[in-house]
Design a protein around this ligand. Sequence first.
Ligand code: DX5
Ligand code: ZN
Length: 227
Amino acid sequence: MLIISPSVLASDFSRLGDDVKKVHKAGAEYIHLDVMDGIFVPNISFGPPVISSLRKVTDIVFDVHLMITEPQRYIKDYVDAGADIITIHYESCKDPAEVVKLIKSYGVRAAVSIKPATSPEVLFPMMAELDMVLVMTVEPGFGGQKMIPETIDKVRILREYANANGLDTDIEVDGGITAENLKYATAAGANVIVAGSAIFKADDPAKVISDMMKVGDRYPFGADTQK
Ligand code: DX5
Ligand code: ZN
């Protein structure tokens, strides 16, 4: 079954705790927390205080996506705030592998993300150390964009590399994912799915989550998406 990680960026921040509890109850195993610093991406969101407040009201897995420059400066703050998984960007620092070590030294799961223009091969040398890779399917910075189809090939390349090397690395996709286009990502090998607008802007978020969870059964890695 796919792991669904709704992105709170599309939720109503005045009722954040309730929104998170609702999607958890509907079957989402993770909640995706997009941290933006206005420098690595041209947008600002929230930081550790919001995450630690949320930690008090839910035990859902916190999937923290750091879109910030030099993330090593703040890893401990996000660990203390309650992160279970911390994703940094390959493009955001000089030595991503060192930051991965730092994250893991706190007993937190580590992931590295690549922007649409970054080739997946850059992750190969550190892949064995990663719990997850995150393939951005839009330019990071804003919710509500359209998925860029060309990014899906990178998911396939990473899944093939993981399989060829006996790694069961999670592959997460993020940006413009809907219940309709999700099959392309799962057939390419993605198993952790971020969706903001498709879930929080829907009339029935619980139905979208349950529909999304099932897509991986019909379209597992290697499936024909023409069906
Ligand atoms: C974009 C963020 C995404 C975004 C996803 O920079 O990393 O997590 O919130 O939102 P949707 O699903 O609306 O594209
Ligand atoms: Zn994200």
